[in-house]
Every structure is written in C-alpha cells, then in structure tokens.
Ligand binder design. Structure first.
Ligand code: AMP
Length: 486
C-alpha cells in the first residue's frame, strides 16, 4: 500500500524559487573579475536566472544537453547553475586549472553545446576553441564594455548582451527528479578524467543533508563564503545549501590570496567559510603577518585533503574559529563524512578532542560506509584495522558518464553495489573515519587532485614533472608508492 502524501518533485529550480520567495532581500555579494564588488539579492538572482533560461532556450539548448562553464565563484556562475539545471539541461562545470588540451577533451567528451567563461580564462579558450567539436559558441561572462577585442575566436558572444535581449518571463518546467542536473569530471582516477553526472534528486537530498547541524550547520543567520570553487564538485554543494536555508552568499571570484579573502570575510561579516588547507594556509599566514583577527567568522569547513593538526589548533586557539573537518569526493556530490563531536566526547580533554578532530568524521545520514580487506571482507570498526573504504547512498555515483559498460561498483553478498573510493581508512567504535592512505598513488595540486597514476607510469611518461614534484616535496623515498602533494 502506498502512502497518501503528495509527490512533489525534488528539483533544483525549487531552491532558487524558495530563496526568492522567503529570502528575497538576502544579499549575494561577488568580487568580479572586472575588479569591483557586485551586490544583488536572491530576488534579482532568480529574475536573471529566468532571463538566462530564456537566453538558453533561444540559443536552442534542449533537455539533457550539456552547457559548460569555465568560471570562478560569482553571481553569474550562480545564475548559470540555476538556469541550466532548472530548465532541464545539464550544467557542466570544467576545472580551468586543467591543461587546455584536457579542457577540450572534457568538452568534447561531454558534447558541450555552449561554453560560458570568465575573462580570466580567455587564454585557455583561445587555445582550445578550435578543438571543441560540439561547442556552438563561447560566451564571455561580462558586459559589452569589457568584451575582449580581436580574439580570433569564432562565435564569441557577450553574456550581458544576451541577457539584455531576454525577457524574465519564464516558468520552470517540472520533470522526473532523476533527470541529470550537473556534470563534473574527476581527474582523481587513473587515465582520462571521468564524468560524474548528478541528478536533481541526488542534489536535493545532498543539500538537505549538508545543511544539518552535525554536517555544515547552515541557517538563515549565516553568511557563507565558499572559497572552494564552483568548478570543483559544486563548491561542496554550498550554492544549493545557501538557497535552501536563505543564507547570505559571498563569492571571492579570482581573489584567492589571503588579503582578498580576509577583506571579504570582514566587510561582508562572513560566519562560515569553506576551503582546502592550502588556501587557508595562505590566509593564516597573511593574518599572522599583519596581526589580524576574524570579527564574525565562527567556523570553517576544511576538506579536499587532510587538515594539518597545526592548522586545526591555530584556527581554534588563536582565531576562535571552530574547524569542521570533512571528507568527500567528486563521486559523492561531495559530502561523505564531517567531524562533529558526539556529546560524550565533549567531556574529553582538549588533546583527546583534537585527536578526534584530526579524523575526517562521521558518515552523514544517506552515506553508508565500510572498510574491507583485499578479499572484500568487512573489517571491524576498532580504530585500528585499516582497509579499502567503500560507500553507497543516493548521492554516490553508480557509473561514470558515457562509460556504461564499465562496472564501477563492487557487489556484496546481498547484491548491494558499493563504490570503491580508492581511499584507505580505519573507522573507530564511535563511527569516526580516518583516512590513512590511497590505494593508488595520487598527485595533488593546491589541495586538489590533478591526477592519480601509478608512479611507474608517471615517472616514465613525465620524468621532469615527476622529479620536480619529488623535489618540491623533498620526498626521500619516491619508489615506495608515496602520496605526493605538489
Ligand atoms: P576530489 O574528487 O577531487 O574531491 O578528491 C577526492 C579525494 O580527496 C578523496 O578520495 C580523498 O582521497 C581526498 N580527500 C578529500 N577530503 C579529504 C580529507 N579531509 N582528508 C584526506 N583526504 C581527503
């Protein structure tokens, strides 16, 4: 017997509709690549997202077609998030830090119809445009006054010109919540980048879970600054969470240095910021050198790579900012675990609590996890046994995009599929996960993976890069399958 409840669809458009209706005056503040600070509200954002949906319809974008972005965190990128997914097309965020050849490979693999880009990335577009086989036009995310001249790019359009010509009269369509909403390629695996294709349902469920008190603990009283890029797993879901709870959003644009970030944190009275350790290190260095404090920030989410214990202490003891250590991956939308205390741990000594916080935390409801040995047998949660970390849940990838024949999941005896994360971990009796290693050698750049290749292969294919990486990290034993962070 079915329940007798309404079956409203879980659609991304509902987030911006909600933010407009209930938090219409709440601000979205962006540092623009044009150099100034831009301010508007959720109401304005929703109006422009509707205009943009008309622009895309006029350009001929159809349901399920991919539209790409190569962009920083900013209000135009947010408009694209909601317009593309909201109209039933697929928002494809490309990582601009990749080599132009890889960007072209990804755009062709995804069969992107249009590519929107921030002016910073014009050099990449110039190099790759001629190699993009399916891309009908490249759209500079700027106004007429800032449009680049003599670029040599055929089909270069101006974002604000298109917007000026479009009406904001648009009704978001309703469709199956399993419909694809966004695509993000991971390069954290062997070989070519692989596409993770999120759905409206997976995104909405992830958004609910991300906002929970023991996850990112977000509310309408928050001012959220995602330093983590919108091209990397949807800025950990924060552009969706902020709409769901009605938090003010602050976007740093290209200003990733300590000075620019600190300035925004203070002027916009940010309460929660999220980023990778390398970015935070730059911020902390700048603050210490200039004897600065945070006046409103109370917590920060740190993930992407392990939060160094010294950083944890510095944030909490020197700056009074509580650290939420989180683990996730592109394949998990990305949240898997967050390190929030259980009440019994609050009685522990500060040193014991720091030891817990150095772990990656407990599974967010919706993510089921286990560790297994080489033969796939589950290992105990004793904080010592170390094994391959496997996960499953409604926002975990089941197959990579356009690799339908490739079985990604490992089946257990009950017929459940589990995604092998590639991470090696232990889990303690309270359910706190600790990542200890990768089962493949991984190279990270600025806290983000740039590749994961057997060391033998990379040493042979790119000996100079490999040696430079070894020297950069002063790694003494490169032949023992180390984890390289460059
Ligand atoms: P990506 O898909 O690029 O986000 O990379 C995901 C990978 O980053 C994971 O599989 C982990 O190996 C690593 N990672 C993410 N968060 C953490 C963390 N808090 N501590 C250690 N490794 C992490």
């Amino acid at each position: 017997m079915n329940g007798l409840m309404m079956s409203g669809k879980l659609l991304i458009s509902s987030l911006i509709v909600h933010a407009d209706r209930h938090h219409g005056d709440t601000e979205i503040v962006s540092r623009r690549v044009e150099g100034d600070i831009h301010r508007y509200t959720y109401r304005d954002c929703h109006r422009r997202a509707r205009q943009l949906a008309n622009v895309l319809t006029e350009l001929g974008v159809k349901d399920g077609e991919r539209v790409a972005t190569l962009a920083w965190n900013g209000y135009r990128h947010l408009e694209l998030y909601y317009a593309i997914s909201g109209m039933g097309a697929v928002m494809h965020t490309i990582n601009p830090r990749l080599h132009p050849e890889q960007v072209a490979y990804i755009a062709n693999h995804a069969e992107d119809q249009y590519l929107f880009f921030d002016l910073t990335f014009l050099p990449t577009i110039k190099l790759m445009a001629a190699h993009c086989n399916t891309t009908k036009a490249f759209i500079a995310m700027t106004d007429r006054a800032h449009m680049p001249q003599d670029t040599g790019i055929d089909n270069l359009l101006c974002y604000e010109d298109l917007m000026d010509a479009a009406s904001d009269d648009y009704s978001w369509p309703t469709f199956d919540e399993e419909t694809a909403s966004a695509l993000c390629y991971t390069s954290g695996t062997t070989g070519n980048p692989k596409g993770v294709l999120y759905s409206h349902r997976s995104t909405l469920l992830h958004t609910y879970a991300a906002a929970l008190p023991d996850t990112l603990n977000c509310s309408a009283r928050d001012v959220i600054l995602p330093v983590v890029p919108m091209f990397h797993v949807n800025a950990w879901g924060l552009p969706y969470v902020a709409c769901m709870v009605g938090a003010k959003l602050v976007f740093p644009g290209a200003g990733m240095d300590g000075k620019s970030i600190h300035e925004l944190l203070e002027t916009e009275q940010v309460t929660l910021a999220a980023g990778v350790p390398t970015i935070w290190q730059g911020l902390l260095n700048y603050m210490e050198t200039n004897d600065l404090k945070f006046s409103t920030m109370t917590r920060t989410v740190i993930g992407g790579s392990a939060c160094p214990p010294a950083m944890l202490r510095k944030f909490q003891e020197v700056f009074g900012v509580h650290v939420l250590h989180a683990w996730g991956m592109t394949e998990l939308s990305p949240l898997g675990t967050v390190c929030a205390f259980k009440s019994k741990l609050l009685k522990n000594s500060p040193e014991e609590r720091y030891a817990v916080q150095a772990k990656q935390g407990r599974a967010v409801f919706g993510v089921d996890m286990k560790i297994v040995d080489e033969d796939g047998h589950e290992l105990p949660w004793d904080g010592k046994s170390s094994g391959k970390l496997m996960v499953r849940g409604p926002w975990v990838v089941s197959h990579y995009y356009r690799s339908e024949n490739e079985a990604e999941l490992e089946m257990d005896a009950d017929g459940h599929g589990w995604f092998p994360t590639g991470d090696i971990a232990n889990i303690d009796a309270d359910g706190y996960l600790q990542i200890t290693d990768r089962d493949k050698d991984v190279i990270k750049s600025g806290g983000e993976w740039i590749g994961s290749i057997d060391l033998e292969n990379i040493a042979m294919a790119h000996p100079a890069v490999f040696m430079a990486a070894c020297i950069a990290v002063k790694h003494p034993k490169w032949d023992e399958r180390p984890l390289l962070v460059v």
